[in-house]
Design a protein around this ligand. Structure first.
Ligand code: NAP
Length: 297
């Protein structure tokens, strides 16, 4: 790809080990990389480390925020140094209107600031290529959690996957590869047909209350309330529920607790279970996102 980012000034504000891999790639591609919220690591020797966010963002062409963005209080974190940056501080005024801002997921507080300041905010986690690649560490992490919690092997187990989207499809494939008996629950007739063609059972959500009784583990990927009190009541007390959908998930956790069902919300698995792979995914995709967006600007 050569020095395709030569002359581009990129500022990375906070993040974790994933962004270190990304920053090395950005440097390799010729970008001038400024960093806030990281210790002076050898891996970052070709980056410019700043203490003040205001100085780092001035004249930047691109800002890269941590994959989870800012939390609901508007706080951006650099986990390697305990760094904290607030969206309601003066540095935001140093970011020029029209600056490209890349973030995995933007909560309303970040969207509001971006709108007010005229930033060009791009949410990367929803892009197909990012979501499909991230589905691999997500599915492996979900399987790891199931193996830790279940007293039996996944091989031979009744495993339900709710939602045959990008994460659900990868997960169902992996479970089937391990010898689990996979049932896919999906609202789309075509997706159910695809699941059947792949050798799995497939049912609709209307059929879930009568079918869930035989599930030993349920993986939810649907970001809507699908594991309701009625459905949970029909599940076996031994059934494990791992909810992968973005917060608040698709499970009525209060009802699960009341009914004595084991249900866990499992956010951010790629960064937790495979930070290097998750960083390599950023390094593979972000340079192109930057080029495409800057060309469009
Ligand atoms: P996706 O490709 O959009 O798949 C979502 C699935 O949910 C699709 O099958 C979709 O069906 C279904 N769905 C959505 N709303 C529904 C509703 N109201 N009723 C029934 N089905 C519904 O998304 P994804 O990339 O697989 O991600 C799934 C979730 O996991 C998202 O919330 C994402 O943020 C989260 N995620 C979590 C992690 C983690 O580490 N835990 C990692 C990656 C992603 P249709 O196709 O019919 O719309």
């Amino acid at each position: 790809m050569g020095k395709m980012l030569a002359g581009v000034k990129v500022t990375v504000l906070g993040g974790d080990a994933r962004e270190i891999i990304l920053m090395q790639e950005l440097v390799r591609l010729g970008a001038e990389v400024r960093v806030v919220g990281y210790p002076p690591l050898p891996e970052l020797k070709d980056c410019l480390l700043f203490k003040e966010a205001g100085n780092a963002v001035r004249q930047a062409d691109v800002l890269i925020l941590p994959v989870p963005g800012a939390d609901e209080r508007g706080i951006i974190k650099g986990t390697l140094t305990g760094y904290i940056l607030r969206l309601n501080e003066g540095w935001v005024d140093e970011v020029a209107p029209g600056t490209l801002v890349l973030v995995g997921v933007a909560r309303p507080v970040l969207k509001k600031v971006a709108r007010e300041k005229g930033w060009k905010l791009v949410e990367t986690a929803e892009r197909d290529e990012m979501a499909i690649l991230n589905s691999i560490p997500t599915a492996e992490g979900a399987i790891m959690m199931a193996l830790q919690e279940m007293p039996v092997t996944l091989h031979g187990s009744e495993a339900f996957v709710l939602g045959l989207g990008r994460t659900g499809l990868t997960l169902a494939h992996m479970l089937a590869g391990m010898g689990a008996r996979v049932t896919v629950v999906d609202r789309g007739a075509a997706d159910r047909a695809r699941a059947l063609a792949l050798g799995w059972r497939a049912i609709s959500f209307e059929e879930l209350p009568t079918a869930i009784g035989w599930a030993q583990v349920v993986f939810n990927t649907v970001p809507a309330p699908v594991l309701t009190e009625e459905v949970l009541a029909a599940a076996s007390p031994q059934c494990l529920i791992i909810d992968l959908a973005s917060a608040p998930g698709g499970t009525d956790f209060a009802a699960a607790q009341k009914l004595g069902r084991r249900a866990v919300l499992a956010p951010g698995l790629p960064g937790k279970v495979a930070p290097q792979t998750a960083g390599e995914i950023l390094a593979r995709l972000y340079p192109r996102f930057i080029l495409e967006s800057l060309e469009r600007l």
